[in-house]
Design a protein around this ligand. Sequence first.
Ligand code: SF4
Ligand code: SF4
Length: 92
Amino acid sequence: MAYISGAAADVYRSTRKRTMAKKGTITIERELCKGCYLCVRSCPVKAIEPDRTSNASGVYPARAVHAETCIACGSCYAVCPDVCITVYEEAV
Ligand code: SF4
Ligand code: SF4
């Protein structure tokens, strides 16, 4: 599942209703990230941290860590001002 609008969002909602999945993974577009770390602060399970290496713009982007802890809550997606994050929900 990706937190995107339109038909895909409808697919997410129906999938979520059917499976009530709790496990997720995320991807972060590190070259788009501006390092505000709103996502880091929003994650309830601390699955996102600042990276130790910078992107091409000299920003230390957010990166996913402890991937096994992600609960696909969508908070990081919701707060990212630059839509750098995609959340995928896995059936469990
Ligand atoms: S909220 Fe978005 S722009 Fe800000 S650090 Fe996280 S991924 Fe980067
Ligand atoms: S979806 Fe929720 S639990 Fe997973 S990384 Fe984003 S804020 Fe953290």
